[in-house]
Design a protein around this ligand. Structure first.
Ligand code: SF4
Length: 503
């Protein structure tokens, strides 16, 4: 993102499809499409190195897809600098559909803001005040694996495809365990927190594993070996496939096999088979090729949708909603499906002072959190900076000018959220798609704080109506024209929406 800005662009819109596999080069002076047919089937890591060589500039920044993106696997990802993955929602398949193997960006222009000195002053002030550079910050110390102990203690650590909420061998996979094999810290552009860990064990090294990967590539598969999770992570990154959805899909196959519903030939704890399944899924070949359709596709063919742990076809991340009811609402209302990024009420529920086992007030809580989050993400601020809307408003003022009280900042987030909901509704996703897998209503967890507490579908549905009402949507979860107009959404977008949706 930063390099693109230095190249003079805020965003790039790519239309059409290249005749042969290509990479797109962008700098301030030229933008070219360059065929690279020889890179077909090449992993993300090697692709990145080869494109750097082709460009002839080691400072160029690269986005790549692996074989999974080329195969248009619906949960393929885009890799960046062998470091971060744009993991969720299958965006790698979008590049693959355009025959776009990589994007190489080099920038050298200045970036201007309304008030440069004010920006620098605020940056220093916030870093000191919010402690984002403090070495006693646990996210700095351990990265996201620090969450393993918290999730275990709260009894919501997805284990064996969310059939349990505690994992016996969790200490093999917690923050301390991964710190033991850490080679280095890593940070994204301009970040003072540096939550990233570069780890190495045996022949495998990777940036990570993040908490979600530890869960979906470890505990949820019944695998408690650190080396196996590292290898799973490295393989997924290189093949260009989302660790969460990949792990979630393998977990479904394992449980289906264990319960005798269908023999996928893989059981909980099968480390070697898991690694082979990753390769098969990413390349759509071999024994587990059809798992490239994810839990949604598999469960439509083989049944038992209650074991297909997804929302709107996207596999759930590493928090069992039975231990944090607000997360359930966040999962079903997140625009891209089962996603933990739109709101994080678990921090207030399981790890705060709000009752995690009630839906009372949670619809409103989640909606408010989403509005703040979407304003924050629109500005490109990392989730790990606990910035509030007031502080964000100060940053808006020095960046864009004008006055940005917190209400106006939140309205930015609300507008973005509603725009995305409009898209979902036009694509056919309304109240009926805002559902959790039936497992969460039908089975109770057996250990820890959530033990034996039922989460009823009736209470969930009631909370959803409260959520829709607070958002100014109708009872089917569709934004009303009045709401969209009040947010200042452009008339031509509202016209498009109403031409496709009968409200
Ligand atoms: S920007 Fe966020 S994700 Fe990246 S290193 Fe910093 S804290 Fe971690």
């Amino acid at each position: 993102g930063a390099e693109l800005k230095y190249a003079g662009f805020d965003a790039v819109s790519i239309t059409g499809r290249a005749e042969s596999l290509s990479y797109l080069y962008i700098d301030p002076d030229k933008q070219t499409i360059n065929p690279v047919p020889d890179l077909a089937g090449t992993g993300s890591f090697e692709t990145e190195q080869k494109v750097k060589q082709l460009v002839g500039d080691k400072n160029v920044k690269i986005l790549t897809i692996g074989p999974a993106g080329e195969q248009k696997v619906p949960f393929s990802c885009i890799s960046s600098e062998r470091y971060r993955q744009l993991g969720r929602g299958g965006i790698g398949a979008v590049m693959g559909s355009k025959n776009l193997k990589a994007i190489a960006i080099r920038g050298w222009l200045d970036v201007t803001v309304e008030d440069f000195e004010g920006t620098m002053r605020l940056a220093e002030e916030f870093h000191e005040k919010d402690g984002v550079t403090a070495e006693d910050n646990e996210i700095y110390q351990y990265g996201t694996p620090v969450l393993v102990d918290l999730a275990q203690e709260s009894g919501l650590l997805p284990t064996k495809n969310f059939s349990e909420g505690r994992f016996d061998n969790y200490k093999n996979l917690n923050g301390e365990a991964f710190k033991d094999v850490r080679q280095n810290k890593k940070a994204c552009f301009g970040c003072g927190i540096a939550c990233g860990n570069w780890v190495k064990e045996g022949d495998h090294q990777v940036e990570g594993p993040e908490f979600e990967t530890i869960v979906l590539g470890g505990t949820s598969l019944g695998i408690g070996e650190r080396a196996s999770v590292i290898e799973f992570n490295a393989l997924c990154d290189d093949y260009g496939i989302d660790t969460i959805s990949t792990g979630g899909t393998i977990a479904y196959m394992m449980e289906m096999t264990e319960k005798g519903f269908h023999d996928f030939g893989i059981m909980f704890g099968d480390k070697e088979k898991t690694l082979q399944a990753v390769k098969d899924i990413a390349t759509r070949s071999g024994k587990w090729a059809e798992a490239a359709e994810g839990t949604k596709g598999l469960s439509e063919k083989y049944g038992h949708k209650e074991l297909a742990i997804n929302v709107k076809g996207m596999e759930l991340p590493g928090y069992d909603p039975r231990g944090s009811y607000g997360m359930g609402i966040a999962y079903v209302t997140a625009p891209r499906g089962g996603c933990h990024m739109s709101a994080y009420p678990i921090a207030l529920e399981a790890w705060g002072d709000r009752d995690p086992f009630t839906f009372d007030g949670k619809g409103v809580l989640v909606a408010k959190m989403q509005n703040s989050q979407f304003a924050k993400f629109s500005f490109g601020v990392c989730d790990f900076w606990p910035i509030n809307s007031e502080t964000l408003g100060k940053l808006f003022e020095v960046t864009f000018g004008g006055s940005w009280p917190k209400e106006k900042v939140r309205e930015v987030g609300e507008r973005v959220f509603n725009l995305q909901r409009m898209f979902s509704v036009m694509a056919g996703f309304t109240k009926n798609a805002d559902k959790l897998p039936q497992r969460f209503y039908k089975e109770v967890l057996k250990a820890g704080p959530p033990a034996d507490i039922p989460m009823t579908e009736e209470a969930f549905d009631k909370a959803m109506q409260e959520y829709y009402e607070y958002r100014g949507w109708d009872s089917l979860g569709r934004p009303t024209i009045k709401k969209l107009q009040s947010l200042g959404i452009e008339k031509h977008l509202i016209d498009e929406y109403t031409s496709r949706v009968t409200l």
